[in-house]
Design a protein around this ligand. Structure first.
Ligand code: SAH
Length: 362
């Protein structure tokens, strides 16, 4: 092992944990705040740039710590300006982030786990299975490195890359607080969106803790039987249980939930599906985000505009807002559900997910 892998990293450390580290080094507490800001707010690339620290302290920090620990393995630029990054962790795992520039905002789609245990039938990441949870540092570093690489201020963060953020709850929440901290990355809390497949106990916890971040739920079906056939999580938490938790969230937080709904040809866009959506979503403060299916070679297709029209026509009468997600970065497989690191794949992957994922610890 090289020393790169053995030194602890400073990216992703809270102010409190830095205070403890600095105290052990015999330093005054205010140094922790200075270092926290250099790392997360100014995003320096070396300890030498921490100009308000004594040279001896900079040298000591450089000897004992690394700033971060991700290695950029590949960087692919789409014709639409989207950039997909493949990162290698010190544990030799590969995971991805996607930078999506738009006129008025710069969004980064980040990963919370390497692979995913949930087995959604249409998602490429599911094919990898679950490998590991990312550390808080690895989550935060994705944003810092992309900001450094592009020179653009990230305005929006979405946990819609690899993995299920609510199965790595505490690290995702800690990272999100560092993102939103004005002394950290200073990204508005409501512009940080955590997207969950529907891990119901964590939706209650997120509500009870009054977390300031935005919540998105991957719905994809308005009936339990259909949801079960494409999303194994529905075996564990039924659609009714999920909708109860969503109601609890909107009622207590007074915030709107975004429901994501990937359009799968001949599967979930009948008139019955549209009416089902209206019936379950109308009582809630919510928005419905329709996502065109991005091909993942798993046997699903995107419905044509013609096929989808009756579905849209019925939804037009819905009392909630409906948006259609733009496809970005398709040419480099950077769109939703296409994140999949081939590097670690050795076995031949099945065309369809036949087995249920292993039980999920919540
Ligand atoms: N585990 C989280 C984050 C997943 S990725 C979740 O389930 O919400 C973000 C979104 O992309 C989810 O709504 C997911 O269901 C959707 N998605 C997965 N595969 C897709 C595909 N091939 N095309 C379009 N959207 C997809």
């Amino acid at each position: 092992m090289s020393d790169v892998q053995t030194k602890p990293v400073l990216i992703g450390k809270t102010q409190q944990s830095l205070r403890e580290i600095l105290q052990e080094m015999g330093q005054p507490a205010y140094r922790a705040n200075q270092i926290y800001k250099w790392v997360h707010h100014h995003q320096v690339k070396s300890f030498d740039e921490m100009s308000n620290l004594p040279k001896t302290l900079r040298a000591e920090l450089a000897e004992k710590f690394h700033l971060g620990n991700l290695t950029m393995a590949t960087r692919e630029v789409s014709t639409d300006g989207t950039i997909k990054y493949l990162w290698k962790t010190t544990g030799n795992h590969f995971m991805e982030s996607v930078f999506i520039p738009e006129e008025r905002r710069n969004t980064i789609c980040i990963s919370s786990q390497v692979g995913c245990a949930l087995g959604c039938a249409f998602c490429a990441t599911a094919k990898m299975g679950f490998l590991v949870n990312l550390t808080c540092s690895e989550i935060v570093e994705q944003v810092i490195r992309v900001q450094q690489d592009t020179g653009e201020k990230i305005t929006n963060v979405v946990f819609m890359g690899m993995g299920e953020p609510f199965l790595n709850y505490s690290r995702v929440i800690q990272a999100s607080h560092i993102f939103s901290d004005p002394e950290g990355l200073a990204i508005a809390a409501k512009k940080i969106t955590i997207s969950t497949v529907g891990v119901v106990p964590r939706i209650y916890q997120f509500t009870d803790e009054s977390q300031p971040f935005s919540l998105a739920i991957s719905l994809h079906a308005s009936r339990q039987d259909l949801r079960q056939s494409i999303m194994p999580i529905a075996d564990k938490f039924s659609l009714d249980q999920l909708m109860d938790s969503a109601r609890y969230y909107t009622f207590n937080s007074k915030k709107r939930i975004t429901f994501e709904y990937v359009l799968l040809e001949d599967i979930n866009h009948s008139a019955k599906d549209a009416k089902g959506l209206i019936s379950i979503l109308s009582p809630l403060k919510c928005k419905l985000n329709l996502i065109p299916f991005n091909d993942t070679g798993l046997g699903f297709r995107t419905p044509s505009a013609e096929k989808i029209k009756p579905f849209y026509d019925i939804l037009e009468g819905a009392p909630f807002t409906i948006t259609l997600r733009k496809n970005r970065g398709n040419d480099i497989s950077a769109a939703c559900g296409q994140l999949y690191s081939k590097e670690k794949m050795t076995e031949k992957t099945p065309r369809f997910i036949k087995s249920r994922p292993t039980p999920i610890a919540t």
